[in-house]
Design a protein around this ligand. Sequence first.
Ligand code: 15L
Length: 271
Amino acid sequence: MSTPPVWFERLLLTGAAGGLGRQLRPRLKRLCRVLRLSDVADLGPVADGEEFAQAPLQDAAAVHAMLDGVDAVVHLGGVSVEGPFEPILQANIAGVHHLYEAARKHGTRRIVFASSNHVTGYYRQDEVVDPDMPARPDGNYGLSKAFGEVLSRYYYDRYGIETVCLRIGSSFPEPRDRRMLATWLSYDDLERLVVASLTAPVVGHRIVYGVSDNRTTWWDNDRSAAVIGYRPQDSSEPFRAALEAAQPQVDRSDPAVLYQGGGFVRSGPFD
Ligand code: 15L
């Protein structure tokens, strides 16, 4: 039996202690000789073939050191929910700038950036959005992810650093409510998506929605997913009957039901 190719000498996974980081950590190891893990939180002991670089993303020097010797990055780090502006400014906006500056200086060639469906959260649930349509963020968090998408476009145009921006829907073990019938991304499809983003021969700068093959869909993903060779294999459909029974009525005047961003459009203001 032939052994699968090792794609990278050193692959960096930021946000390794978070929900998706914990899922991806064992699944990305096969792609690289060394998996460097990073987070603000301590990760405890690391396995053979792993190393840990603790780095707050707002600390430019720490982020610079974190990128040393890194061929490619899966960037999940930062604030991952809606909230007050200041922590999002530090971790997501300053942090992503530090990351790309460090990538430029160290010659890192590709980044998979965990963006979010909240970049387009103010489209209505009866609209179909494709990655070329204007951003309509639904809060501070969505704004910070829109910034990361535009920043990564600039670093591609200027310095040739390739990025796949993943507008991740709702990645949990199962869809939790009716909205997630459209937004759910299974963990296995998350792995397929990230692996495709890392290993497609040429990606340039690309935006792809991170979603499973759900029957209800708000996102026209076909073209961008095809370019990186992402083929989702899971679907929220087996969960539909139970979720609809648990939530038989929806209030169509509720902004969380009207807009794709769901509950995020009701968060804040934070003053
Ligand atoms: C996100 O971007 C969040 O990180 C996640 O916690 C979920 O809330 C998800 O969006 C969603 O829209 O369901």
